[in-house]
Design a protein around this ligand. Structure first.
Ligand code: NAP
Length: 285
């Protein structure tokens, strides 16, 4: 088999371990009878420039980028979509006319999941965002674009939250923003006013993780979202369910960001419900 005859796609990350992206894109490709393969590449940070150059050399049609490459890739591509420029991070690269074009589908993936999976919109809402890393940045920018009323950013490293808050203020004069440390007493004050709470930190992935905020203060009227998808039912979501609240796990965001990447590479729509069913078989015990 000559690999160049096939459309090769992939994901670069480190560690890349248990990524679900190859399965997701393979299911979508088979559904559309597309002759493509999607591979997971373990790429260490110092090797990213060579790996990206390899996309052109090998004729790979596109890749996803995951931890820790999303921001580091910005100066290494030929062009950026408007969205990737605004977010300052890339999760999807398309090889087009010999050029590497960087896109970011994470934020839109989350907003689509919010709307399709739980019928919610950020418009006019007060949102407590936990974390200020790459995913938080993509989500925060989309929350502002979708006309959230107020975004409270809580982060372990306060200056990162402050940086994101001032960036949002600079780029949107409609949203009110504030930055707070990820500390119990301060969280309690701000949990009161939040209509939507979104965890964008990895807390909840490890078996020993505690609930990221004081769970006893959650209210049934609040929508609680966790972008962690392994496990699906994180301690935060369990705490929200115990209070009778509505919850959203990270699987929808994973699928919808992937669907946007798939569309960029192939022009086809991802069969999202088929993909969800298949991924659930992997994720549920
Ligand atoms: P990132 O850029 O490294 O940011 C990590 C964020 O989590 C930072 O705000 C960091 O705070 C905080 N954090 C990390 N460990 C913490 C701890 N022990 N205690 C408190 N805060 C902690 O990572 P990312 O790309 O944003 O990804 C974050 C998570 O989202 C990952 O679990 C990833 O798998 C998930 N994710 C899911 C999807 C999806 O499709 N569902 C998409 C993207 C990402 P500091 O600033 O203080 O370090």
């Amino acid at each position: 088999m000559i690999v160049n005859d096939k459309k090769v796609l992939g994901i670069f990350g480190y560690p890349i371990g248990h990524t679900l992206s190859p399965l997701m894109h393979q299911v979508a490709a088979e559904y559309h009878y597309l002759d493509l393969i999607y591979l997971a590449f373990s790429v260490k940070p110092p090797d990213l420039p060579a790996a990206l150059a390899g996309i052109k050399a090998l004729g790979i049609k596109g890749v996803n980028l995951t931890i820790p490459h999303k921001e580091a890739a910005i100066p290494l591509v030929d062009e950026l979509s408007e969205e990737a420029r605004l977010i300052g991070a890339i999760n999807t690269i398309v090889l087009a006319d010999g050029k590497l074009i960087g896109h970011n589908t994470d934020g839109q993936g989350f907003i689509t999941s919010l709307s399709r999976d739980v019928g919610e919109s950020p418009k006019g809402k007060t949102i407590l965002l936990l974390g200020a890393g790459g995913a938080a940045r993509a989500i925060a920018i989309h929350l502002a674009l979708a006309r959230a009323k107020r975004i409270i950013i809580a982060n372990r490293t306060l200056n990162r939250a402050e940086e994101l808050a001032s960036y949002l203020e600079k780029h949107s004069n409609r949203v009110s923003v504030c930055a707070i440390p990820l500390e119990k007493e301060i969280l309690i004050t701000h949990m009161e006013e939040a209509e939507i709470i979104i965890n964008t930190t990895p807390i909840g992935m490890s078996r020993d993780d505690m609930v990221i905020l004081p769970g006893e203060r959650l209210r049934p009227q609040q929508l609680v979202c966790d972008i962690v998808y392994r496990p699906l039912n994180t301690p935060l979501l369990q705490a929200a369910k115990a209070k009778g609240g509505k919850t959203l796990d990270g699987l929808g965001m994973l699928i919808y960001q992937g669907a946007l990447s798939f569309k960029l590479w192939t022009g086809r729509d991802m069969p999202v419900e088929l993909v969800r069913k298949r991924l659930l078989q992997e994720l549920l015990p």
